[in-house]
Design a protein around this ligand. Structure first.
Ligand SMILES: [Zn+2]
Ligand SMILES: [Zn+2]
Length: 459
């Protein structure tokens, strides 16, 4: 199939144009904010979104895709199909913002423990923006043509939500998109819109490693192979992967985010578990670092005289988010028009996203941009004091709190992004290209073996 002609777009789509009820916008945001739900347990949030979709009688709504995933499709004549995604799960964080609409909610986590929940990553903002953008697009239906897909995605924080929707037949539920879009709020001057072509978010590799020792009475260390000492030395040695093996001009993060060992003060346990979160932009470098991690972990176990090889479990793997040059050109032009000096270049972010799983499954170009949400006075004060890192709460911090004035900005960015892509002509890739770009969230044994390094077995 040849390139599709762009749809028609006339007039302004700004939320300030009277087509959006700003009081509704703030209220719905606060509702989502007060009741965050953990990844895969977003039952009430999904029900609330579905209720908000009732007035959209021209849109075809499908629910329960890959868990609580929802799509709403408006077919509005000739033109490309543009998908805009918003994620809607919260985090196990106790909110410390002090506002009257702060979350006091708690929920049982996967281990059956009750934990406080918070929208500490701003996914409540993303949902609100997409619902607002739907109102703008629906209200201006006679001014544009094409097809819009609003996609509400669960379980982003667990990196499995996008994959879940794809595996549950998303491709058969919605028309094939020509372009996919997403936005994420970040710590940054309120209302500033950041965009860039190329890699903007890292790939993520999560590894759980079990280190086996030999248990003994705490008074008889000579009868043990102590996995606590093994874990400690392994954690320290892993710090050399980035500092000694990665070229200084390349980006890599290897964080040991969790260490678990021992339950009693008089028992040397027989195993320890460490969990690693690793981030990269470059795939070859990712493989090199995973090799180094395996080599170091195995060698440390060998040096302690462990009887059994450490076990590596790859619990999550996401590809980098790599914005399409063509989509960026279209959208950035419209952002510059809509936001003026507040439309600026985005620095690559060290966090990761599963959004790109969706466009990759269709083999189509995509773009993710970010919107700053920190109140300006707070930002300016911290900047003047040289204390941005210390004083500005980032995503996942208990004090992360979007300025409410950024809600219409999120709506506008989403609506402007969609409308600008409706005007584009997008070449339709052939079916064969999609398989090559699709990276599974959970790697197969073959993927893991491909990066394994042989060491001589410990005895
Ligand atoms: Zn997050
Ligand atoms: Zn997020």
């Amino acid at each position: 199939m040849g390139p599709l002609n762009g749809g028609r777009v006339d007039g302004d789509a700004s939320p300030e144009g009277g087509r959006l009820d700003l009081e509704w916008l703030e209220n719905i945001y606060k509702e989502f904010h007060q009741e965050p739900e953990l990844s895969t347990a977003e039952e009430k949030t999904a029900a609330r979104i579905i209720r908000e979709l009732t007035p959209f009688t021209h849109w075809k709504v499908t629910t329960n895709i890959g868990g609580y995933g929802i799509t709403a499709v408006l077919e509005n004549g000739e033109g490309p199909t543009v998908l805009m995604r918003a994620d809607f799960d919260g985090l196990p964080v106790a909110e410390k913002t002090g506002v009257d609409y702060a979350s006091k909610h708690s929920q049982l986590d996967a281990q059956g423990q009750r934990v406080p929940t918070m929208h500490a990553c701003g996914h409540d903002h993303h949902v609100t923006s997409l619902l607002g953008a739907m109102h703008v697009l629906d209200g201006t239906r006679d001014k544009w043509t094409g097809t819009v897909v609003a996609l509400f995605q669960p379980a982003e924080e667990a990196s499995i939500g996008a994959n879940g929707m794809v595996n549950d037949g998303l491709g058969n539920i919605i028309p094939r998109p020509d372009v996919c879009l997403a936005q994420h709020i970040v710590a940054g001057p309120a209302g500033r819109v950041f965009s860039a072509p190329g890699p903007v978010m890292t790939s993520s590799t999560t590894i759980e490693i079990t280190l086996y020792g030999r248990g003994a009475h705490a008074s008889m260390p000579h009868r043990s192979v102590d996995p606590v000492v093994l874990a400690a030395s392994t954690v320290m040695k892993l710090q050399t992967v980035v500092s000694r093996e990665v070229p200084p001009d390349q980006f890599a993060v290897v964080t040991v985010a969790s260490v678990e060992a021992g339950k009693a003060n008089n028992v040397i346990p027989d195993s320890a578990k460490i969990s690693l979160s690793c981030r990269f932009y470059d795939e070859a470098l990712r493989k090199k670092c995973v090799d180094a991690i395996k080599r170091i972990v195995r060698a440390e176990a060998l040096s302690m005289g462990a009887d059994r090889e450490p076990n590596f479990k790859f619990v999550g793997m996401l590809g980098a988010t790599n914005n399409s040059e063509d989509v960026f050109k279209m959208v950035r032009g419209s952002f510059d028009e809509a936001f003026g000096d507040e439309s600026v270049d985005m620095e690559p972010w060290t966090a990761s996203e599963d959004f790109s799983v969706i466009p990759k499954s269709f083999g189509v170009p995509y773009m993710l941009w970010t919107v700053g949400i920190t109140p300006r006075r707070q930002w300016d004060r911290a900047e003047r004091a040289g204390r941005l890192d210390a004083d500005i709460p980032t995503n996942h911090n208990p004090a992360f709190l979007p300025d409410l004035t950024t809600l219409p900005v999120g709506v506008r960015a989403a609506a402007v992004g969609v409308l600008s892509c409706l005007q584009g002509s997008w070449p339709r890739p052939d079916k064969s290209s999609e398989d090559q770009t699709y990276l599974p969230t959970v790697p197969t044994d073959a993927d893991i073996d491909a990066v394994a390094v042989e060491t001589s077995g410990a005895d």
